[in-house]
Write a new protein. Structure first.
Length: 342
């Protein structure tokens, strides 16, 4: 939408004043507090035009203006476009949590919700993106073995296999050494892992045993969606204004669809570049009076997870966008270290 510089400035000041006070914003307030250097009548004219464009509205004839969903959307998009340079400091040292991915994600979630008083959602890297860090094949009994797989994301998967005949300790020891040598460092379920499990030079006995236990390396990444960490639900409900209770209840309902919310965030084309969805469509329904601010984190151009803040339309978008951007940047640095050391 093409607006003059003055209209954009007035729209910005209306939204920021309304976010700060929760009260409709009139021309007198704008003139007194903005330093625009124009008369009240000029501001009233601009407000009327912004309203005709669907960016502002007013609760009744004599009241000041409040932003519409379209107004918030335009304002937030322009905030994202002005971001440049290194993100702000996150306020928590993730690098001290080396290899403790779950701890880092929980700390990020808590920091996001504490800093913004919004509902914070952070998804863990999916197992499909993880590489294999360590494998063990252990004998549990005369007819059962266990495979333990530790991934670069810190995940641990254990599988127990029952055999129809007594376990050969030598075969178990060989399988553990072979897998440790041949597939550690490779991605779970990757083509290379499949090739190593089906290597033609292997004997029939060895290949049969790998056919049994090797499924652990092919299936573990596809078992479930990414784990999602949530923070700030209690504070969001406690801090809701009377007119925002309905929207807040919608936010709480989103907890049941948090994976869908983060899937929406993950549509961002550039890691760490925030996206803003005003009244997003989640689960086939559009959620009015709700906004989502999010960004993906990952390694270079490969997103591994998402960071999101969800709250009422009347939120501090500037703070939410900057906080999410900082979190995505720090998580990207953190997972780069973890994956490189895998």
């Amino acid at each position: 939408m093409q607006l003059t510089a003055r209209k954009r400035e007035i729209l910005r000041r209306v939204i920021e004043e309304y976010v700060a006070t929760g009260l409709p914003v009139g021309s007198r307030v704008l003139v007194e507090r903005s330093g625009l250097g124009v008369s009240s009548s000029t501001v009233r004219g601009e407000l009327a035009e912004l309203e005709s464009l669907g960016l502002l509205t007013h609760p009744h004839t004599s009241a000041g203006r409040t932003p519409t969903e379209s107004g918030y959307r335009l304002y937030a998009e322009e905030l994202v476009d002005t971001l440049d340079g290194r993100p702000d400091e996150l306020g928590v040292d993730l690098r001290s949590m080396r290899d403790e991915i779950e701890q880092a994600l929980r700390a990020t979630t808590e920091m996001l919700s504490d800093a913004t008083r919004l509902l914070a959602l952070v998804s863990a890297p999916s197992l499909e993106t993880a590489s294999i860090r360590h494998i063990e094949v252990l004998t549990l009994s005369t007819t059962s073995v266990m495979v333990v797989v530790i991934t670069s994301t810190g995940g641990v998967t254990k599988r127990v296999f029952r055999l129809h005949e007594p376990v050969d300790p030598g075969l178990v020891a060989w399988a553990g050494a072979y897998l440790e040598e041949q597939v550690v460092g490779q991605r779970l379920g990757s083509r290379i892992v499949r090739q190593r499990l089906e290597a033609p030079e292997l004997g029939a006995r060895e290949r049969s045993f790998l056919d049994l236990i090797g499924q652990t390396l092919l299936e573990v990444g596809a078992e479930a969606g990414p784990e999602v960490f949530v923070g700030g639900a209690a504070g969001l409900v406690e801090g809701a204004r009377v007119e925002e209770v309905e929207a807040t209840m919608r936010l709480v309902e989103l907890l049941e669809r948090r994976a869908a919310v983060l899937a929406l965030v993950s549509e961002a084309l550039e890691p760490q570049r925030p996206v803003v969805h005003v009244s997003p469509e989640v689960g086939g329904a559009e959620l009015h009076a709700v906004s989502l601010v999010g960004a993906t984190y990952g390694i270079r151009s490969t997103p591994l997870g998402a960071v999101g803040l969800v709250g009422p339309l009347r939120m501090d978008y500037d703070k939410a966008i900057r906080t999410v951007r900082a979190a995505a940047f720090e998580l990207s640095r953190f997972v780069e270290d973890v994956y490189e050391d895998a």
